[in-house]
Design a protein around this ligand. Structure first.
Ligand SMILES: Nc1ncnc2c1ncn2[C@@H]1O[C@H](COP(=O)(O)OP(=O)(O)OP(=O)(O)O)[C@@H](O)[C@H]1O
Ligand SMILES: [Mg+2]
Length: 262
């Protein structure tokens, strides 16, 4: 059973000579966690944007399924359905958590105002006051209700990342995409956010696409791993297998560079 599948997906940004991504096949089942690794510029964020429906791939197709395995959205049909309709389906089911929580939160909005946006847009908890839903979501990520009335600059980096995760959960998504969610954080805070993601995925049965340079973090959260080099998937498999017996020297070097010991 699939939640998201990519078939022979390639992408070339307008005006670019080289493709950012080529011939990527990917299957993600509900509740499954998949790690994506590769050196800088290899196409990880491009893959994240395509999986989130933010970018329509220039080749191949992306399919998003509902619980009954019906296609909710397909990039193959997007030109007919128009891009907007295609994206709307993704916004609800798939939420992206960004690398830099300070940049992703509007400095002029209180946390409550930030949380209210998706709560209103998706009406997931309709029938209860917004502040109550927002407080409950903050509770899920380990934050006090009192923070609702603060502005982003009045929070720590770790608290801001928790707010972003809470905002993502407001849509009641089935897939979280986290693109380097730890890299703007202090090392001690990284471990807390990692634990939080792990716990939320288990409790809410969320699928996760986790992009990180930190192979130890990827291996902690994900059973399976996709290795990308220059826009192509060169290897995929279980983390332990890739860490101990990689087929490619590139994979071995990635593990070595991140100091990961299997
Ligand atoms: N909006 C864009 N327009 C043109 N080229 C782009 C755009 N975004 C990314 N690229 C190019 O596409 C390639 C893949 O970029 P991408 O951001 O997906 O890499 P990445 O693996 O996420 O890198 P990093 O680890 O540094 O975040 C790079 O060569 C990059 O320069
Ligand atoms: Mg990136």
């Amino acid at each position: 059973m699939s939640l998201l599948s990519l078939k022979a997906v390639g992408h070339r940004y307008p005006g670019q000579r080289l493709a950012a991504l080529s011939n990527v096949d990917l299957e993600l089942a509900p509740g499954q966690a998949l790690g994506v690794v590769g050196e800088s510029g290899c196409g990880k964020s491009t893959l994240a944007r395509i999986c989130a429906g933010l970018v329509l791939p220039s080749q191949g197709s992306v399919h998003l399924y509902d619980e009954q395995q019906q296609v909710l959205a397909s990039s193959a049909r997007a030109p007919i359905h128009r891009e907007v309709g295609y994206r709307r389906q993704f916004y609800r089911q798939v939420q992206l958590i960004f690398q830099d929580p300070a940049a992703a939160l509007s400095p002029r909005r209180t946390i409550l105002q930030t949380m209210a946006e998706p709560l209103k847009a998706f009406a997931c908890f309709a029938g209860e006051p917004l502040a109550l839903s927002a407080a409950r979501l903050l509770g899920q990520v380990g934050l006090e209700e009192a923070l609702l009335h603060r502005y982003p600059h009045q929070l720590s980096g770790g608290q801001r990342q928790r707010v972003l995760i809470a905002r993502a959960l407001a849509a009641q998504p089935r897939l979280l995409i986290a693109d380097e969610p730890l890299s703007a954080l202090d090392v001690s805070v990284q471990a807390q956010i990692l634990n939080l993601l792990h716990e939320l995925c288990e409790r809410l049965d969320l699928a996760l696409l986790f992009i990180s340079h930190d192979l130890a973090a990827v291996s902690y959260l994900c059973e399976r791993l996709l290795v990308i080099r220059a826009g192509e998937v060169i290897e995929q498999g279980r983390c332990h297998q890739l860490a101990t017996a990689p087929e490619h020297d590139y994979t071995r070097r990635l593990f070595a560079a991140s100091g990961f010991v299997a």
